[in-house]
Design a binder for this molecule. Structure first.
Ligand SMILES: Nc1ncnc2c1ncn2[C@@H]1O[C@H](COP(=O)(O)OP(=O)(O)O)[C@@H](O)[C@H]1O
Ligand SMILES: Nc1ncnc2c1ncn2[C@H]1C[C@H](O)[C@@H](COP(=O)(O)O)O1
Length: 217
């Protein structure tokens, strides 16, 4: 399949979904298949992430500011390169899932949450934040996702109470129902294989259809 013909060269595809669902894996595979660049969420050099998992209340604001700065730099690089990227996680999830979840459960103070959201809004209202052409939303049952978190083996995530992942999984399901910032392609993790070219081509075909329909408007 000559997929290059179907997805515009300047497109931005974002892969979204809860922790461990398979975003990084699919991002890497799709980008390789399309000849696109990747914008990966970096975990290893994050100076707050481990501390955050040990003490949400103490570190949630610092971590959100750190992620916002990182995503803004990535976004700037994507725009300056003229697109052609698959992005691992959207900025919409930082505010719509993580920051909100910690504010609602009291592990981010109301003042910190307001400061964060006002900075977020000021930053996204710049030319560096065009919406993605399509957001690929990955979903699956919680037990498969928990297995993947265990298999991946990040100690800080494995040590975290399962209720955290349950709660996040529920929030994601509600969030995607209301999400309307850009077109969405929903994929169930049991229905594709990121190591199989035909499976990737089918995802690319569906994404291309969505992008063309939305650009034709
Ligand atoms: N389609 C898949 N089938 C089986 N395991 C997968 C699949 N996609 C990802 N994984 C595994 O699940 C774990 C989490 O995947 P990852 O892509 O890192 O998730 P995320 O980026 O959403 O946190 C990794 O160990 C990865 O190898
Ligand atoms: N905005 C965020 N707030 C809190 N934690 C976050 C945020 N974005 C990512 N994370 C965490 C969740 C995982 O432990 C790692 C990487 O996420 P993954 O879904 O595995 O790519 O960072």
């Amino acid at each position: 399949m000559s997929h290059e013909l179907h997805i515009p060269k300047d497109a931005l595809i974002t892969v979204a979904g809860t922790v461990g669902v398979g975003k990084s894996t699919l991002t890497t595979a799709l980008a390789a298949r399309l000849g696109f660049r990747t914008s990966m969420e970096k975990v290893d050099n994050n100076p707050y992430l481990e501390k955050f998992y040990q003490d949400f209340e103490r570190w949630s604001f610092h971590l959100q500011i750190y992620f916002l700065a990182e995503r803004f730099k990535e976004q700037k690089a994507i725009v300056e390169a003229g697109g052609g990227f698959v992005q691992d996680r959207s900025i919409y999830e930082d505010t719509g899932i993580f920051a909100k979840m910690h504010a609602d459960q009291g592990t981010m103070s109301k003042t910190d949450y307001e400061t964060y959201t006002s900075l977020f809004e000021a930053m996204v209202m710049t030319p560096y934040f065009p919406h993605p052409d399509v957001l690929i939303y990955l979903e699956g049952n919680l037990s498969s996702i928990l297995n993947r978190i265990r298999l991946r083996g990040r100690e800080m995530e494995i040590q975290t109470d399962v209720s955290y992942w349950e709660h996040m999984h529920e929030r994601y399901a509600k969030w995607i129902e209301e999400f309307d910032a850009c077109p969405v392609l929903r994929l169930n993790i049991d229905e594709y294989d990121a190591t199989d070219e035909a499976s990737l081509d089918e995802i690319i075909r569906q994404a291309a259809e969505i992008i063309h329909a939305s650009r034709a408007k």
